[in-house]
Ligand binder design. Structure first.
Ligand code: MTE
Ligand code: MO
Length: 550
């Protein structure tokens, strides 16, 4: 019960401080920060976009276990148990202040307040319990029924009713007062008082929890409204028209353009940041920047905007995996901004070879300056498929660099761009053993038939997508059971920065068969059988699918 009250109060306090400082989020974030790449990779793979939910449920489960443990301890040593709760809260506080996005020690407040309330509730409630050294006589309910009604179960509910972090500390006195009273009566403390006090605490904690939720929801609604008010200008340079047959529109084949709701999502954010567009600023500064810039959202919108189709891919995508999607993006060409600030690429004598992008949630991503300025459509995107960026995908502004994996280029919720060198600074994922540079590896995927599908013998359509962003796909081949490679039909070609659909008509014979695919990009490289995992620079190898033809 005290654990429940602690979490509820802490979550409410987090609303006052910063949603990201809530202990659940902070501990989760600290876990994310410290998870070895292989394990994180596994979690993303196993739980996909639900990995964060699984993590939070795990933390809640650990919390429940701890609460049960301290509850038992409290039966005998309530002072030690209360201190245990406080120590646990300190851990939460350390996690909150140790996160990359933590800028102030205020972030410790929710955990500390929660722990103090939790400890107090535990101490008080344990004091209400029948003393364990008394003979356990559950079969004697009569005395407690005949006892006078408890004066009031309020002390504990007053504790849980403290709505603000500063008042939270006042939770201590009542418990002391109570502690002094408990040992006094010679008669056994009433079971009924304990039950009432517990029920009162439960009700109050639930109320506090709901209040926290409500406040959080209204902040979300404000952010939602500010996003809805954004009007995106028309692009000065519209996306090149797509050939009609760029999308084969086959059943079960991934569409050429991914709807925003189905676009994959990969990030470390346990609470999706919802920056306020009005106060949002982007700073551009650092080594070799002659004229540092600070831009607001309107400054960005008033520039010439480009519109481009770009396929984004995650380095954590396994061969055949789902972390690749394509959208039509609207944004400001990053090279223009950099040149305006006086930045030169290393090849023209510029002193900075790394561009470090920093998000409002403290994430850092590092991109080669040379690549950003080599003429490709690297951009600060404000629009995605005709609407402002969804919060999940980086509202109000994110970076995109065609041809590079997301973790080295696609900073969401961006707020700062610093020019530096690779020697001077390692960004978040590089500190965690991922490669500094992440060009996307040429890949292909079979979308249909699905693994273990049971198609009928005869003509079966095999189809999928292949990608080699910024290079282009020249050929896709399929083979059955290690037989000869057969050329698939390619869909019409869209921009080089996007994937390409393909299909092949298979004269399928009954039995179990393995289909395998490989792509050749415009540099002449053909995917090999060499399989590597996703760490440190992306998976390689060919996708294959086993089907049972009936
Ligand atoms: N702020 C922030 N930006 C981020 C990340 C992140 O964790 N935080 N993840 C990166 C990674 S690993 C990828 S693959 C892309 C994914 O972008 P999406 O979620 O819009 O598909 O965002 C990148 N930008
Ligand atoms: Mo990624």
């Amino acid at each position: 019960m005290s654990g429940y009250a602690a979490v509820a109060v802490a979550e409410l306090a987090a609303v006052a401080v910063r949603p990201e400082a809530s202990p659940l989020t902070a501990v989760g974030g600290a876990v994310v920060d410290r998870t070895p790449p292989a394990v994180k990779d596994w979690a993303v793979r196993e739980f996909g976009n639900d990995d964060k939910l699984v993590l939070q449920l795990g933390i809640l489960a650990a919390l429940a276990l701890f609460a049960a443990g301290t509850g038992l301890l409290a039966l005998h040593r309530r002072r030690t148990a209360a201190v245990g709760v406080l120590a646990f809260g300190l851990l939460g506080a350390l996690a909150a202040t140790g996160r990359p996005d933590s800028t102030s020690s205020l972030d410790a407040v929710p955990s500390v307040v929660g722990a103090v309330v939790g400890a107090a509730v535990l101490y008080v409630l344990a004091g209400r319990l029948p003393h364990p050294s008394a003979p356990p006589t559950p079969a004697s309910p009569t005395p407690s029924v005949s006892e006078p009604p408890p004066a009031s179960p309020t002390p504990s509910s007053a504790v849980a009713g403290t709505p603000t972090p500063d008042e939270g500390t006042s939770a201590e006195p009542p418990s002391d007062e109570d502690a002094g009273r408990t040992p006094a009566p010679a008669t056994r403390p009433s079971r009924r008082v304990f039950v009432l006090a517990t029920a009162g605490t439960a009700a109050a904690a639930t109320g506090v929890g709901f209040l926290g939720r409500r406040l959080n929801a209204s902040t979300a609604a404000e952010a939602e409204a500010s996003r809805a008010a954004v009007r995106l200008p028309a692009p000065a340079s519209p996306a090149p028209a797509l050939p009609r047959r760029v999308d084969l529109k086959l059943p079960d084949l991934t569409p050429y353009t991914t709807p925003n709701k189905r676009f994959y999502r990969v990030d470390t954010a346990l609470t999706v940041p919802r920056p306020d567009v009005g106060s949002w600023r982007l700073r551009l500064h650092g080594k070799g920047v002659k004229a540092p810039l600070t831009l607001d959202f309107q400054d960005l919108l008033s520039r010439d905007l480009i519109e481009r189709d770009i396929t984004l891919t995650c380095v954590s995508n396994e061969v055949g995996g789902p972390y690749v999607s394509s959208a039509r993006w609207l944004g400001v060409r990053l090279k223009d901004l950099l040149e305006e600030a006086g930045v030169k690429p290393p090849s023209r004598g510029g002193p900075a070879n790394q561009l470090v992008a920093r998000s409002v949630d403290g994430m850092t991503l590092g991109t080669p300056v040379e690549t950003v300025m080599d003429g490709r459509d690297a951009m600060l995107a404000v629009g995605m498929n005709g609407e402002p960026l969804p919060f999940d995908h980086g509202f109000p502004v994110r970076m995109l660099v065609p041809g590079l994996y997301g973790y080295v280029s696609a900073c969401k919720w961006i707020q700062d761009i610093e020019l530096t060198t690779f020697d001077a600074y390692d960004v978040y994922w590089v500190k965690r053993d991922w490669a500094r540079e992440g060009p996307i590896k040429t890949q292909s995927r079979i979308d249909t038939p699905k693994p273990l599908a049971r198609p009928k013998a005869g003509r079966v359509t095999v189809a999928g997508v292949a990608w080699a962003q910024h290079k282009g796909i020249d050929r896709v081949e399929v083979r059955v059971d290690e037989g000869p490679w057969q050329r698939a039909e390619l869909a019409a070609e869209g921009p080089l920065d996007t994937w390409r659909q393909w299909s092949w008509q298979w004269p399928a014979t009954s039995g179990s068969h393995t289909l395998q695919v490989r792509a050749t990009d415009r540099t002449g490289y053909t995917q090999t059988a060499r399989r590597t995992g996703t760490v440190p620079d992306g998976a390689s190898g060919r996708h294959s699918v086993v089907v049972n033809v009936t």
